[in-house]
Design a protein around this ligand. Structure first.
Ligand SMILES: [Zn+2]
Length: 340
């Protein structure tokens, strides 16, 4: 156990979320607050009803698309790489590599620097800039996949695996269950990188966010909203939220190869439970080696762990001579069980 502790950290964990008393703001608050700084657009981090929201332009656009323009009384955009000063506290945004616009929030004051990383990953993702390691005194991390068993394979290889299954069953349509924000867009880019240039049909829940990514300059090739009158052909691909994969809606597209893209697909029991033909291990969260790499890169004296599997990560920090503190925050999830 390391006995080094920073006196009076400039951020403190509270029930509402991580709070900065000096600047009177919360980071990814779990309840409505006067001033919020938001790391990214996933619903467990970006909630409605705040007075003032500071976030990247992409995250603000996601919040507006999901909740409407009145999700907060006031919004302020801060680009990745940008910096503002608020009551003597410097707030800056650094890429988290998680989804479009995702940011680590750096807070600096009184000679201290704390990074609240939000959700992040180190694997390359064509839909957002890579994670930027920033040296800090305290690093606040998630621990969704913080067990040595989690080693996410190359995502392109996982997409190719699904495509080769489709090649073996040319009469079938490939349906991929994936989270609508971030994963769907990454999977589409990977399908293109793997050489698939046919139509990608989108479940209604995905259309708006796909369009939003295009407004920020990403292009996905031939994507089509799946309306009631449309029938995807043999060899086509459909993307839908994991929850829609086995409901009545999906049956009219049979014969189907059902695939699921999630970090949880590493766990065989979960893949079986989801009754999928192809388990694609594609995650937008850091796996075990990426978490350890990040602990090395940011070289923080102290690590706070917001949610997930804290225990193994706490031990790993101690082995590295880093003080570790599990916050066990309730309210951050992994986007509905299989979305990660
Ligand atoms: Zn997220």
């Amino acid at each position: 156990m390391v006995e080094r502790q920073i006196m009076e950290p400039i951020l403190i964990p509270t029930e509402k979320g991580i709070y900065c008393p000096e600047g009177d703001f919360f980071i990814d608050p779990l309840r409505p607050v006067d001033r919020a700084v938001i790391t990214h657009g996933h619903a467990d981090h970006a909630r409605t009803g705040h007075g003032h929201v500071l976030a990247t332009p992409e995250t603000l656009a996601v919040m507006e698309a999901r909740y409407g323009a009145n999700h907060a009384k006031q919004v302020q955009a801060l680009k990745l790489g940008g910096k503002v000063n608020h009551f003597g506290v410097t707030i800056s945004m650094h890429s988290a590599g998680h989804i479009l616009g995702s940011a680590q929030v750096a807070v600096a004051a009184k000679g201290q620097k704390i990074i609240a990383a939000g959700d992040y990953k180190r694997a390359r993702d064509p839909t957002c800039p890579p994670f930027e390691p920033v040296a800090c005194d305290i690093f606040i991390t998630e621990a969704t996949f913080a067990l040595p068993v989690f080693r996410h394979p190359d995502a392109l290889g996982e997409v190719k695996k699904a495509l080769s299954r489709l090649a073996l069953m040319p009469e079938a349509t490939l349906m991929i269950g994936c989270y609508s924000l971030g994963k769907a867009q990454r999977i589409t880019m990977l399908l293109r990188a793997a050489g698939y240039d046919g139509p990608v049909w989108l479940h209604g829940a995905m259309v708006k966010l796909m369009n939003l990514y295009e407004e920020f300059g990403l292009s996905f090739g031939d994507t089509r909203p799946l309306t009631r009158d449309e029938t995807p052909g043999a060899g086509d691909i459909i993307l839908c939220p994991p929850s829609a994969m086995h409901d009545r809606w999906s049956r009219r597209f049979e014969p189907l190869i059902r695939a699921m893209a999630s970090g949880w697909m590493t766990v065989r029991a979960r893949a079986r439970q989801k009754q999928v033909n192809v388990a694609m291990v594609v995650s937008d969260h850091a796996d075990w080696p990426e978490l350890l790499q990040t602990l090395d890169d940011v070289a923080a004296g102290e690590v706070w762990i917001t949610h997930g599997r804290e225990d193994a990560l706490v031990r790993a920090c101690h082995m590295r001579g880093q003080l570790a503190r599990p916050l066990r925050m309730v309210g951050y999830d992994d986007h509905g069980d299989v979305g990660s």
